[in-house]
Design a protein around this ligand. Structure first.
Ligand SMILES: N[C@@H](CCC(=O)N[C@@H](CS)C(=O)NCC(=O)O)C(=O)O
Length: 228
């Protein structure tokens, strides 16, 4: 299997955590795609994923699977023990619900904040994302506020349970963890009064599969190229 990604970026990090969690790292070959150079908007890459985003999994039979959720579901089911995406109908439904909520309320709005309220990944990509970003910061700012409200909602939930779908670590925890990592890197941050969210973040980063992956700073090398 091949994973097209960029080390240290939030959605690729989701899959790297899944691979570590499932003991599958040696089963894949990583191919790095230059996001700052907008390589993922070229016709060659769009053939792999018409949405023009990372990560993408290529199976040995040539099938391309994009969307971190779909890739996670595939990898999680390979060993017949899909603990990250759910084993019973109820587990699957609760995980799916929390997964969508983590993406819609935190990770995606942080991405919009990053690309619409800041220079994002620089001029070559802004042409595709938000060419007039400087005049449209309000859309980005509104999404930044939405992400902060989402974090507060998860803080309240985590005052009652250890992980997003209940008592066990699963896919939505990885999604929210990537969302907070992105919020830090985008300069939005995580409010320090959200004690339950911060304690949960500590629990997640202590898991071996996450600890191994969180050594990577968010796109450190790429952000240096942009002068951050
Ligand atoms: N919904 C997608 C989101 C993927 C995504 O936005 N990936 C980012 C990297 S963290 C990307 O490729 N950004 C470049 C762009 O939006 O042009 C997924 O779950 O895989």
């Amino acid at each position: 299997m091949i994973i097209f990604d960029r080390p240290g970026f939030p959605n690729p990090a989701r899959i790297r955590i899944v691979l570590a969690h499932k003991g599958l790292e040696s089963a894949v070959q990583f191919v790095s795609v230059d996001l700052i150079g907008a390589e993922h908007k070229t016709p060659a890459f769009l053939e792999k994923n018409p949405s023009g985003v990372l990560p993408v999994l290529q199976l040995d039979d040539g099938t391309y699977i994009s969307e971190a959720t779909a890739i996670t579901e595939y990898l999680d089911n390979l060993d017949g023990e899909p603990a990250l995406t759910g084993r019973t109908p109820k587990e699957k439904a609760v995980i799916h619900m929390m997964q969508r909520r983590a993406e819609a309320e935190v990770l995606d709005p942080v991405g919009i904040y990053f690309h619409h309220a800041t220079p994002g990944l620089g001029p070559l990509l802004q042409v595709h994302k938000s060419p007039d970003w400087a005049g449209r910061k309000d859309w980005g700012e509104r999404n930044g506020q939405r992400a902060l409200a989402g974090m507060a909602a998860f803080d309240a939930l985590l005052s009652r349970q250890d992980f997003l779908a209940g008592e066990h670590f699963s896919m939505p925890d990885i999604t929210l963890y990537a969302g907070l990592m992105f919020a830090d890197a985008a300069g939005l941050g995580v409010p320090d009064n959200l004690d339950h969210l911060i304690a949960w973040r500590g629990r997640v980063s202590d898991l071996p599969s996450v600890r191994e992956r969180s050594g990577q700073e968010f796109g450190a090398e790429d952000l240096r190229r942009l002068g951050f």
